[in-house]
Write a new protein. Structure first.
Lengths: 343, 337
């Protein structure tokens, strides 16, 4: 953590991405998947913000819409001083130097027909950072060495590498252009425990070395606790709570955050806890529940929750919670009694 | 007598690249009413072990080349296939990782649940349907009366996994093999499914073999644990003992590299190198190429040390209780409590 505040490198304001759903012979639009529905947050320089939530909460869409890998419908995404949705084609391509992404699946995110040298060095040539293929190759070798692989691997192809090695190659590709900001989309989720620790260490080291900030999109709460400075909790396309890592883990205030943390298995067999078991599944994002989207599964829900979307209440420095009952949630609740499942 | 006793199991695969000794001398047992966790990283042989128990290994290239699998005293390895079919789905059931791909898309979930009941129990269709409906209700499928006639694609991942569990439990098996049953599910759904398995185990008294790579799931649900590495057992112990004072350097390394046991932002402990692929398994102790304690002795097969209370470790240099406690506790301080 740095002592003096720096201006945020990334600022997201009211980002929206809906996917239309078509049906019938004439492909009439019958609705839309509200994947990301008005989210706002900042990422400071040198900081890691983790975006957590379950399948379908929109966390991956949010990360991709920020980089315009999919076009957002509306909202602002300021990265290093420019509003990304406003950029024209050439300006966007140019600005991609500043913002990179590491994908979850190291098997499908590397072009199988390119050598590792081409994968890492391609962006360097495209952006004119180096002029010749030989220079690109040299830089690729340095980067491979930096991420813990043999420099001579530049002439090999992706299929020759294991999942952990491929993830290192994806990381080398992302940092090659010296970006300000990297989206890590479930970047360590597919890796085995022993390899995961190696990659987490590498990401932490590179963050300091290249002065990066990360948006870490993941569902793994123990990884989040380890690497994040701030945490954004999403549910059905909206942010339900955001706070510093310490606050989220010690004083979660949204009932969903509390349930999520309670459900995550811990590695201490002597502290088997009574888990907060949420009833049912996440509802469909095509017709999300009105009012607070969590009300169909929430143990605290009252009539107001199905009528009115809760505002984000600021309950402490940097701690916002979108819940009508935020004043009643200081003690994590026990909802096991209300679960409809047999026990 | 234990419910299931696996003795020196060897399942090898004969491929163009040579013989892959994916499971190479694995032994463990499971008692009635007990949950045994089988943990290890990709390629350690945990799924192959599970598939071997019901002889579901594709053959060729795979073959059980040695060992015994004693289920209530009968050796499943040599059991005639007709007899084995009476065990499969009846006495021993399996739940697979992917509920999305293990259900048949062209049959309703009711038909699929009834299939095993009709096969193994002497009941007519109406009775089988009643049993199936009862099972679907017990695993927590809302509006089971209507959903019994739905197809798998109409259900969410968590619901499909519940259907898989209902199918697996419909004949009241004595042993349930659950191969990564919650890996594809979200944490809140995972919590529901794990709780359901524990409740059903208590009411039915079945043994569960829970295969997972998630040490958190093991810590919260298992009575005993077997740690596999490269097709062999590294260590086995009660869950409490294993997390408190692991004796195998691999187990210690795994626990030390977990992010939730380390202070936030700290450098994580790492085990050097990668899990070897079956073509390149080292001779002697298979962990020796990555082990911080490896010596020349490790080129020989490791001996087994019995540490009492069922805690056994296959290693030339097992850690003492004090050393193990010190190494793993150091990381726990400031961890997620």
């Amino acid at each position: 953590m740095t002592a003096e505040p720096r201006p945020p490198v990334v600022q997201v304001k009211d980002l929206v991405k809906h996917f239309p759903v078509y049906k019938g012979l004439f492909r009439r639009q019958v609705g839309s998947v509200k994947a990301v529905d008005g989210i706002s947050f900042d990422i400071q320089g040198g900081e890691t913000v983790a975006m957590v939530g379950e399948s379908g909460c929109g966390k991956t869409t949010a990360g991709r819409a920020m980089l315009r890998l999919i076009e957002p419908d509306s909202g602002e995404v300021w990265v290093s001083g420019r509003n990304v949705p406003d950029l024209d084609r050439d300006a966007l391509r140019n600005w991609r130097q500043k913002m990179q992404i590491i994908f979850q699946d190291p098997y499908s995110s590397l072009n199988p027909r390119q050598t590792i040298g081409q994968i890492i060095g391609g962006g360097l040539l495209l952006h004119g950072i180096v002029q010749t293929a030989a220079e690109a190759e040299d830089r690729a070798k340095e980067l491979l060495e930096r991420v813990g692989l043999q420099p001579r691997y530049t002439s090999r192809y992706p299929h020759e590498f294991s999942g952990g090695q491929r993830q290192r190659i994806g990381i080398a590709r992302a940092v090659a252009l010296n970006p300000d900001f990297i989206v890590c989309d479930e970047a360590v989720s597919a890796l085995d425990v022993s390899v995961q620790a190696q990659v987490i260490n590498l990401l932490l080291d590179l963050k300091d070395e290249f002065d990066l900030c990360y948006l870490f999109v993941t569902h793994d709460l123990s990884v989040v606790r380890h690497i994040a400075d701030h945490v954004v909790v999403m549910y059905l396309g909206q942010i339900v709570e955001r706070a510093s890592r310490a606050d989220i883990y010690a004083r979660p205030r949204h009932p969903y955050t509390q349930a999520l943390l309670s459900a995550a298995p811990r590695t201490d067999p002597h502290k088997r806890r009574k888990r907060v078991i949420l009833p049912g599944d996440v509802p469909s994002p095509i017709n999300p529940p009105a009012g607070c989207r969590f009300h169909t599964r929430c143990p605290l829900a009252g009539p107001r929750c199905s009528a009115e979307r809760p505002a984000a209440h600021r309950i402490a420095d940097d701690h916002y919670v979108a819940c009508h009952f935020y004043e009643d949630t200081t003690d994590p609740i026990d909802v096991t009694a209300s679960s409809p499942y047999p026990r | 007598m234990a419910l299931l006793e696996v003795k020196d199991l060897k399942t090898w695969f004969y491929t163009d690249d040579g013989v892959l000794r994916s499971v190479d001398g694995v032994s463990f047992e499971i008692d009635r009413g007990e949950t045994l966790g089988v943990v290890g990283e990709s390629g350690c042989g945990k799924s192959v072990t599970a598939m071997s128990i019901l002889r579901l290994i594709p053959q060729p290239p795979g073959r059980i080349v040695g060992g015994q699998i004693l289920f209530e005293g009968r050796d499943l390895v040599t059991l005639p296939i007709k007899e084995l079919r009476k065990v499969r789905g009846n006495d021993i059931s399996v739940i697979f990782q992917e509920p999305m791909t293990s259900l048949n898309p062209v049959y309703t979930v009711g038909d699929q649940t009834m299939e095993a009941i009709l096969l193994h129990q002497s009941v007519d269709e109406d009775e089988a349907r009643a049993i199936a409906l009862d099972m679907l209700k017990r695993v927590g499928i809302p509006a089971a009366e209507t959903r019994i006639d739905e197809y798998p694609h109409q259900m969410s991942g968590g619901m499909k996994q519940r259907v898989m569990i209902a199918m697996a439990l419909s004949c009241k098996p004595k042993l349930l093999i659950a191969d990564e049953p919650t890996t594809a599910l979200d944490v809140t759904i995972q919590a529901q499914i794990l709780e359901l398995l524990q409740d059903l185990q208590q009411s039915e008294g079945m043994g569960i073999m829970l295969i997972t790579h998630d040490l958190g799931v093991v810590a919260e649900t298992c009575d005993r644990v077997v740690v596999l590495y490269a097709g062999q057992v590294a260590e086995t112990a009660d869950t409490g003992a294993l997390f408190d004072h692991p004796a195998h350097p691999y187990t210690v390394g795994l626990l030390r590299s977990l992010p939730d046991r380390a202070p936030p932002g700290s450098r994580l402990y790492t085990i050097e190198g990668m899990v070897p692929s079956p073509q390149d398994f080292p001779t002697g102790c298979r962990f020796r190429t990555r082990c911080p304690h490896a010596s020349e002795a490790c080129a020989e097969l490791p001996p087994v040390h019995d540490l009492g209370d069922g805690h056994r470790v296959w290693c030339h240099h097992p850690l003492s209780r004090e050393d193990a406690r010190a190494l793993t506790a150091e990381r726990t301080e400031g961890g997620w409590q």
